[in-house]
Write a protein that binds this ligand. Structure first.
Ligand SMILES: [Zn+2]
Length: 291
């Protein structure tokens, strides 16, 4: 089907109590592995792209890969821009066919984040594109942005409410609730009470960032409280490399590249399938597509 808008998919997910896997793509093979997993499990999917990856490949190649794979898939696939602070990149993604974007103003003071997010909200609403916006500061490393442990900051409840009231049609809201990007050092401390209050009061689908390394129980609890989008990047990157390296170690004389591509694909696909099952979105393609 054509590239899907993210907002109605996430509203359905929130209403029906599951979450949609949002994987950060690396290249064509990585998108292929995600779409294959979603198709096998009849699940909705969000293919998201970091700004660094957009700059590496360019807008048109990424849009054409994802669009072609989505069009051949019987499940809804959204193309989303992850954490972006540059309005020019957001505009270029919208022009190239992205169906949603994230503006990350979380490093700015609240009033400034609200003002800029609101401007981008108006831009995306006019373009018919979904918007994800963030409050608080999610810890860890995302692209070139490093938020050290002591700079990570939980979202403020009252600010969350004002933010969502100002932008009632946000596709998804990302309050910092204690998860972090990259690999966790030690046990993540998730503020479930904050998550529950924000989700209940705003009614928004909530985005769970920093999915790699959370337990099945943590995922399920967050989804039960209102998380409808779960971001996975680090695990996908690790498997992209591992799929290749493991085969090279097992068969050092293999002089043929395609088996390496297949090994990468299969390693990434298995993880996406496992996460889709954990997030409860298997069999939900039609529910998500209905909006
Ligand atoms: Zn994130």
């Amino acid at each position: 089907m054509p590239l899907a808008p993210m907002a109605p998919m996430l509203r359905s997910a929130r209403r029906s109590g599951y979450a949609i896997a949002a994987y950060n793509m690396i290249d064509y093979n990585s998108v292929r592995s995600m779409v294959a997993a979603a198709v096998d499990l009849d699940a909705p999917l969000i293919v998201q792209v970091s700004v660094k990856t957009v700059r590496h490949w360019g807008y048109r190649p990424i849009a054409s890969w994802v669009r072609a794979l989505a069009e051949d898939a019987p499940v809804p696939v959204a193309l989303h821009l992850d954490h972006c602070t540059d309005v020019a990149v957001i505009r270029d993604c919208i022009d190239a066919g992205w169906t949603s974007v994230m503006y990350d103003g979380s490093s700015k003071p609240f009033e400034e984040n609200l003002a800029t997010s609101s401007e981008i909200y108006a831009l995306t609403q006019a373009a018919g594109v979904g918007l994800e916006a963030e409050i608080g500061a999610i810890g860890g490393v995302e692209d070139d942005k490093v938020v050290a442990g002591d700079a990570a900051r939980l979202a403020d409840f009252d600010e969350c409410v004002s933010f969502c009231e100002a932008m009632p049609n946000l596709a998804v809201f990302a309050p910092a609730i204690g998860t972090a990007h990259g690999m966790y050092r030690g046990e993540p401390v998730i503020d479930y009470t904050l998550l529950e209050r924000v989700a209940k009061t705003t009614g928004m689908p909530i985005a769970l960032h920093g999915g790699t390394g959370l337990t099945e129980q943590q995922f399920k609890r967050c989804i039960g409280l209102g998380c409808a989008k779960v971001n996975i990047s680090t695990m996908h990157k690790m498997l992209f490399i591992k799929g290749f390296v493991d085969l090279a170690r097992d068969k050092p004389d293999l002089g043929e590249p395609l088996p390496f591509i297949a090994a990468q694909h299969d390693a990434m696909k298995a993880d996406v399938m496992a996460m889709i099952k954990t997030f409860g979105s298997a069999g939900k393609a039609a529910d998500a597509a209905a909006g």
